[in-house]
Design a protein around this ligand. Structure first.
Ligand code: AMP
Ligand code: MN
Ligand code: MN
Ligand code: MN
Length: 283
C-alpha cells in the first residue's frame, strides 16, 4: 500500500495548499494520505474534501511539537476527530508563543548581521499563528545569506547557532492524550532525527507507550535505509505499529516527494491496519 502519512501545507510550513497537495499525492500514486501540519489542524477539512473528491482515501493528521529531555520531539497524530475541542485547545496552546519566539530569533540573527528577518520570514507565512524556523530559512535563502535551506539549518537556527531560541513545547503525555482521546493514534515521528543517548531514547519510547502511544515512523523522508532497519527493530521491540510518510514540505526544498518511499518491512504491523475504521473513503 502506497500510504503517505506525513506532509505539510501552507497552513504550517509547507508551500502548497491542502488542495494542491491532495492533487500531487493522487498524481504520484498515493493510495492513503494524511496532511500533518505542525501544531495545527486548520487544513484538515480542506485536505479531506480535496482527497475524497479525487478518489483518495484520507486519514486526519497533525504533527505536535513536544519538549522531552531538553530536545524537541515530534509526535504525529492520525485518525482523530478534527472537531475535538480538547485537541483544538491543546494545539492552540502549543502554537502560542511562536510569535514571541520569532521576534527573539530575529533579534539574535540581527546580532549576527542579518537584519529584517522577522518581516522577511512573515512574507512566507501562510498562517500568522504558525511562524516557524522554515519561514526564516526561506528568507535567508532569498537574501543570499545561504544557498539553500539545509545550509541555513547548518549555520543558523539550530542549537548553539545564531537565531536559535530554546522553546517550551507541549508535554509528551499531553500530546499523546490529546490525540488518543480524540479517537486517533499517536506516532513517534522520524526517531533517527533526535540526538538522544540510548537511555534517553529508551525513556522516550517507554514513556510514549505508557501514555498510550501506539506507533513509530519507520520509513520516512528523514531516514536512511539503515535508520529504517534500526527503527523497524525498535517497532518490534516496543510493540509499536509502523508508519510511513515523506515529510514533504515543498517541490523546491524536499528530497522525498509524496508517495516516493520504500515499502515498510513485511515483518511490521502498518498503522493503517489498526486505523481501518478511521479511514475516510470516497463515496
Ligand atoms: P520549528 O517548529 O519552528 O522549530 O521549525 C521546525 C521545522 O524546521 C521542521 O519541521 C522542518 O521543516 C525544519 N527543519 C528543521 N531542521 C531542518 C534541517 N536540518 N533542514 C531543513 N529543514 C529543517
Ligand atoms: Mn516542518
Ligand atoms: Mn518533524
Ligand atoms: Mn514534518
Amino acid at each position: 500500500m502506497n500510504a503517505d502519512l506525513h506532509c505539510h501545507s501552507c497552513v504550517s510550513d509547507g508551500t502548497l495548499t491542502p488542495e494542491a497537495l491532495a492533487q500531487r499525492a493522487r498524481e504520484r500514486g498515493v493510495e492513503l494520505w494524511a496532511l500533518t501540519d505542525h501544531d495545527e489542524i486548520g487544513g484538515q477539512h480542506r485536505a479531506r474534501d480535496a482527497a475524497l473528491a479525487l478518489g483518495l482515501p484520507y486519514l486526519t493528521g497533525t504533527e505536535i511539537s513536544v519538549s522531552f529531555c531538553g530536545q524537541t520531539v515530534h509526535i504525529v497524530g492520525l485518525g482523530f476527530d478534527p472537531d475535538d475541542e480538547a485537541l483544538k485547545r491543546g494545539l492552540a496552546a502549543t502554537r502560542g508563543g511562536r510569535r514571541e519566539r520569532a521576534l527573539e530569533m530575529a533579534e539574535s540573527l540581527a546580532k549576527a548581521g542579518i537584519h529584517g528577518s522577522f518581516e522577511g520570514a512573515l512574507k512566507y507565512v501562510g498562517n500568522p499563528d504558525l511562524i516557524s524556523r522554515t519561514h526564516f530559512a526561506r528568507y535567508l535563502v532569498e537574501t543570499g545569506a545561504c544557498a539553500d535551506t539545509s545550509e541555513v539549518f547548518r549555520r543558523f537556527l539550530t542549537e548553539g547557532k545564531p537565531g536559535f531560541v530554546p522553546h517550551r513545547w507541549a508535554g509528551l503525555r499531553d500530546a499523546v492524550q490529546w490525540i488518543t482521546e480524540a479517537g486517533g493514534m499517536a506516532v513517534i515521528a522520524h526517531p533517527a532525527r533526535y540526538k538522544f543517548t540510548a537511555n534517553e531514547e529508551h525513556a522516550l519510547f517507554s514513556e510514549f507507550k505508557s501514555h498510550g502511544g501506539r506507533g513509530v515512523e519507520v520509513v520516512t523522508g528523514s531516514h536512511s535505509a539503515a535508520e529504517a532497519v534500526r527503527y523497524a527493530e525498535a517497532a518490534l521491540e516496543y510493540g509499536l505499529a509502523a508508519s510511513r510518510g515523506s515529510d514533504f514540505h515543498s517541490p523546491d526544498e524536499s528530497h522525498t516527494d509524496l508517495g516516493a518511499l520504500p515499502e515498510l518491512p513485511g515483518s511490521l504491523t502498518p498503522v493503517w491496519e489498526a486505523l481501518q475504521d478511521r479511514i475516510q473513503r470516497p463515496a
